[in-house]
Design a protein around this ligand. Structure first.
Ligand SMILES: [Zn+2]
Ligand SMILES: [Zn+2]
Length: 536
């Protein structure tokens, strides 16, 4: 069989693995590519997917980086079934409609800009609401642990990945030429002890494992420590009469933050006169879906619910559904907590809250989720002094908190712990869904601790798998043959560096604060150079 990596290869977003056997062609996940312009261009390149030739999709979970291109597939001729768990089916409905709405709004914005600059307004959205709606009738739900066979020679079983509501690990049995090969796609692996979610299920056997590696190079802080940090942000901005802005993914992270605020309230660390705004219609709908699937929540939550305590409800929680509600939040001067989407600050209402608060000393911005390269969220986390929002430069004066203990992803040690449960000695591991530096780190730990073969596939790489054999590289990614001409860019950078180093004497005469700013810029440049070095 052949496998083509169409996303989440040496990057986090765009998960999609197309599998071709002698009888069928199908794909695991269909994620949107998110991040830099270079990466997002991949959303337009539909040819490698060949949607008309995909017989069915298996979706591990509803996050857009795993499902966001489904409408685009349907728009381009895919009409087969889409298999997912029941909660994933419900979450897909709200997430894909929201995604289509974002695409439409962005295209309208682009067209307005084109018109103003005297150009033809011909920007089209990636897909529209009708395309997202066309996905829904194709979704077929399956339960955890239930074996099903979507095509001849293919058997599949979902296991709880403990990541978000309904997230699955996919066990895939492929029978070819009288032999059965087992592939496991980890999907996104949850963090054990996560609020609301059960711990990820153990899997014991696989010939080939495709494993996520988002946090392959770091561990998360403890849960208690993360709660303390959240309490500190609340205290800081409350004492300064300012707001706490929390960019959060609508699904799971928002609910986990609500739960955490509920815990802080129980400890008396959430001031009674500090309202909490849930400013995201999508997050409000997602919270309702969490309530609907109680049996998917962990034991601790179910005990609380049975005792009549709803951890997703706060006495001072205000849901803002309309745009007017949202605008009103920024007209008030009182201290408040605002939870809004998108989680990486690249779309949605959160951009308005950042524009109103990021420049205010005393305010705070609390990052509680992964920030992909190239997103405004990542820039703020990396220490940018200014951020461009709605074509305006906004200074970063608010206190920035990065709390990674709320992650819905397993940290490095937790990934290795999950891997320990596999009993197959000659299993081959492919690391996906991670940035290269994190993947290389994790790969070397896996080789050292388990003696397994680890490969880090590239975008558009195609491989051939056979049991008990080393995989054979089938086709090198097209990116390698039609690459960007890098040497002139590098020569230009060198000239600029020489130019600046000639001016060092003059720079040393500037004020202390200006020098500190320059030091910060140099550090950021060094980080980027290191990133390039790590890829060579
Ligand atoms: Zn996910
Ligand atoms: Zn993901």
């Amino acid at each position: 069989m052949k496998i083509k990596f169409l996303g989440a290869a040496r990057t986090v977003t765009g998960s999609c693995f197309v599998i071709e056997t002698d009888k069928t062609r199908f794909a695991i996940d269909c994620g949107m590519h998110q991040g830099s312009n270079q990466i997002e261009k991949r959303n337009l390149e539909i040819t490698p997917y060949e949607p008309k030739k995909i017989e069915f999709f298996i979706i591990t979970h509803a996050h857009i980086d795993h499902s966001g291109l489904l409408p685009r597939m349907v728009q381009n001729g895919f009409h087969g079934p889409i298999y997912a768990t029941e909660p994933t089916g419900d979450l897909l409905k709200i997430l894909l409609l929201d995604s289509a709405h974002i695409q439409e709004v962005e295209a309208t914005g682009r067209n307005k800009r084109l018109q103003r600059s005297g150009m033809k307004a011909d920007a089209a959205p990636l897909y529209m609401t009708k395309d997202a709606e066309a996905v829904m009738p194709l979704v077929k739900t399956r339960k955890y642990d239930e074996m099903f066979s979507p095509a001849p020679g293919i058997s599949i079983r979902f296991q709880d990945a403990g990541h978000i509501l309904g997230a699955a690990i996919v066990e895939l049995f492929i029978e070819e030429n009288g032999e059965t090969v087992k592939l496991v796609f980890s999907g996104d692996i949850g963090r054990p002890n996560q609020l609301l979610m059960k711990d990820p299920s153990s899997v014991h056997q696989a010939d080939f494992l495709f494993m996520e590696s988002t946090y392959g190079n770091r561990n998360h802080k403890g849960e208690q420590e993360s709660l303390e940090e959240l309490a500190e942000a609340v205290r800081y901005s409350y004492n300064n009469g300012e707001k706490v802005i929390i960019p959060a993914f609508a699904v799971e992270r928002t609910q986990e933050i609500l739960y955490s605020l509920h815990l802080l309230m129980r400890e008396g660390k959430l001031p009674k006169d500090m309202p909490v705004y849930l400013d995201s219609p999508l997050a409000i709908k997602a919270t309702e879906i969490f309530r609907r699937f109680k049996s998917y929540l962990d034991r601790e939550t179910q005990i609380l619910l049975r005792a009549g305590e709803d951890p997703l409800r706060l006495p001072n929680l205000k849901m803002s559904t309309s745009t007017a509600d949202s605008i009103r939040i920024n007209e008030t001067q009182e201290p408040a907590i605002v939870i809004s989407a998108s989680g990486m600050c690249n779309a949605g209402r959160i951009k308005h809250h950042l524009r109103h608060n990021l420049w205010r000393p005393g305010a705070s911005v609390v990052f509680v989720g992964f920030q992909a390269e190239g997103t405004p969220g990542r820039k703020i986390v990396d220490g940018a002094k200014n951020i461009r929002i709605f074509n305006e430069d906004i200074a970063v004066a608010a206190k920035v908190f990065t709390i990674n203990g709320f992650s819905a992803h397993a940290g490095q040690n937790q990934l290795l712990e999950w891997l320990k449960d596999f009993q197959t000695k000659d299993m081959q591991v492919f690391l996906v869904h991670g940035e290269l530096s994190a993947q290389e780190h994790l790969a070397s730990l896996i080789r050292d601790q388990f003696g397994l073969t680890v490969t880090i596939p590239e975008y558009l790489e195609e491989i051939q798998l056979k049991t008990g054999r080393q995989f054979e590289e089938f086709k090198v990614p097209a990116a390698a043959t039609t690459g960007v001409n890098l040497p002139p860019l590098f020569a230009d950078l060198k000239t600029k560096l020489d130019d600046v180093s000639g001016k060092m004497g003059k720079l040393q005469t500037l004020s202390a604060s200006q020098q500190a700013e320059i030091a910060e810029l140099i550090k950021q440049a060094a980080v980027n150079i290191d990133r390039i070095k790590n890829r060579s």
